[in-house]
Design a protein around this ligand. Structure first.
Ligand code: GLN
Length: 540
């Protein structure tokens, strides 16, 4: 709880280069403030014109993160949810596309009748409205962090920067803090750290009327005091507000190092918030366990987008959480499904203790995934399928156990005699691509005494979806007769949400995406038990 009960706003911008880790910096700052007992949320503003990332290729943009309310959002929201252990909504991610869409729709309705609609004030007003909108909550947020995507100097992010400049005047400067994340490069040839790019980046910000209050300086090397003083002098900030963010081994260390560098102290002081000491015991314990694993296991991920690991961001992080929970380091072995298709499953899977088939779209590499499932099923290697992974498991089982040799998904073979995976009824009417899949959280009833039920420890669960195809209910009887169990069913829509094979050490798959609900301090049970099964497989 803050001394003065008005919401404080922190804006995080980035300078010099992209990919500095603004998402992790924002999530870490949020974690630190939350650990001091403050109620925090985070908003990501993306300067691109797509309405949301749902239609972007995973190769371009990485994972599409889906929230409970079914919004397709930026993968940074995954970091926010995992770090802060909260659930976000559509309001937590806004794009230039959404903002223009809204303003143009209003213009067509006649809301601005007589006026010329302009970037300032109409677009900037809409940006500010969205920042205020995310703040509306019961109980009230103490702090709203807004991360501005892109790099200062980009044309696209200018309206956002102008909006945050104005915002300071709207809510009072005592309620606003600008944090600028920048890079201090190390030039190996001369053995020097260079401050000039940071000076220029801050200059760009000041030209448009934004003076950063805190500089977070990414560096490979220790930042000496005289360097801090130099940055402070040129960038017009106090020396103690130049905060080094030295490279660390894992993202989970970032909140701890930023705390050591007194970032949260600076923030609570400048924003006049309560100075309860942060409670970081659990977080420290997590990092300690992460850095000192007792076991190492190899788990294979066989997918189509493996050249860009960001496409599987939440899965990677879920394995970190599950590893820590099991005192193990999970080494991920990335397998391109097309390579497996060519060279056979044994070449890739003979040395792994588990196989995960993640979500995906389109036919390319699909037979490789089906072969991989076959190998895991027949060699009793723990198997975990997610979304497309479940669909592959059903196709494999139908072909090789139920003898439906032509079985396939309508997505890959619309002519198949046995469409064991079919387009969902509601999807048959859908024409446009954006935001039209089955999206967001829905209920799933687990079968009593199934493996899935034991894993969750309860019968009714809520999980998040992003798909168009589903198990064809006409084939449930034959699948069950041959030993595959439909262990989770959506009670309202009568859709298969989970399957398992009881006669196997671990063969579980879900139509939903459990990776979207694993948290640093609250691991998802499916990942936890999959890793446990993989450890058992390794030691057997
Ligand atoms: N392509 C499949 C479908 O649309 C699976 C989607 C996914 O794995 N997210 O149903």
């Amino acid at each position: 709880m803050s001394k003065k009960h008005s919401t404080r706003y922190i804006f995080v911008t980035g300078g010099v280069v992209s990919s500095l880790g603004k998402g992790i910096a924002s999530a870490s700052l949020g974690t630190l403030l939350q650990s001091r007992g403050l109620k925090v949320t985070i908003l990501k503003c993306d300067p691109y014109i797509n309405v949301d990332p749902g239609t972007l290729s995973p190769f371009q943009h990485g994972e599409v993160y889906v929230t409970d309310d079914g919004s397709e959002t930026d993968l940074d929201l995954g970091h926010y949810e995992r770090f802060l252990n909260i659930s976000m909504s559509q309001k937590n991610n806004t794009t230039t596309g959404q903002i223009y869409y809204e303003v143009i729709t209003r213009e067509r309705k006649g809301d601005y009748l007589g006026k010329t609609v302009q970037v300032i004030p109409h677009i900037t007003d809409e940006i500010k409205r969205r920042i205020r909108d995310v703040s509306k909550n019961e109980p009230q947020y103490d702090v709203v962090i807004t991360e501005i995507g892109g790099t200062v100097g980009d044309i696209e992010s200018l309206p956002f920067l102008e909006a945050i400049r104005q915002f300071r005047l709207d809510v009072g400067k005592e309620n606003v803090l600008n944090v600028h994340l920048t890079l201090i490069p190390f030039i190996k040839a001369s053995g020097e750290l260079k401050t000039k790019p940071t000076q220029h980046s801050v200059m760009r910000l000041r030209e448009i009327g934004i003076q950063p209050d805190i500089l977070l300086c990414r560096t490979e090397q220790e930042l000496p005091n005289e360097m801090k003083s130099k940055i402070a002098l040129f960038c017009n900030v106090p020396s103690e507000s130049v905060i080094p963010a030295k490279d660390v081994e894992s993202i989970y260390e970032v909140p701890l190092t930023l705390h050591e560098e007194k970032l949260d102290n600076q923030v609570v002081e400048k924003l006049n918030l309560d100075e309860n000491p942060p409670k970081l015991k659990e977080w420290k314990k997590f990092v300690e366990k992460f850095k000192n694993p007792k076991h190492i296991i190899n788990i294979a991920i066989c997918g189509k987008y493996i050249d860009l690991h960001d496409s599987y961001k939440s899965i990677i992080e879920s394995f970190v959480h599950a590893g820590v929970e099991n005192d193990a380091k999970v080494e991920l072995k990335w397998i391109a499904s097309e390579d497996l298709e060519k060279e056979g499953a044994k070449a890739f899977l003979a040395d792994v203790s588990g196989l995960l088939i993640p979500g995906g779209f389109g036919e390319r590499g699909i037979e490789g995934k089906i072969n991989a499932v076959h190998y895991a099923r027949t060699h009793k290697i723990p198997f975990f399928g997610i979304c497309l992974g479940l669909q592959c498991a059903v196709i494999e089982f139908s072909r090789n156990v139920c003898q439906l040799t032509d079985a396939n998904s309508m997505e890959f073979d619309p002519e198949t005699k046995d469409p064991v995976i079919d387009l969902m009824e509601e999807q048959k009417r859908v024409k446009s691509k954006g935001g039209t899949m089955r999206l967001g959280a829905s209920a799933c009833q687990l079968r009593k005494n199934s493996h899935s039920h034991r894993i969750y420890g309860k019968e009714l669960i809520m999980e998040r979806h992003r798909h168009r195809y589903e198990v064809n209910n006409n084939y449930i009887e034959i699948l069950e007769r041959h030993g595959m169990i439909m262990s989770g069913i959506n009670p309202d829509l009568d859709l298969v949400e989970m399957i398992e094979i009881p006669d196997h050490p671990f063969f579980v798959a879900s139509q939903f995406h459990p990776e979207l609900k694993s948290r640093v301090l609250n691991v998802h049970p499916l990942f936890r038990d999959f890793v446990k099964a993989a450890l058992k497989f390794k030691s057997s």
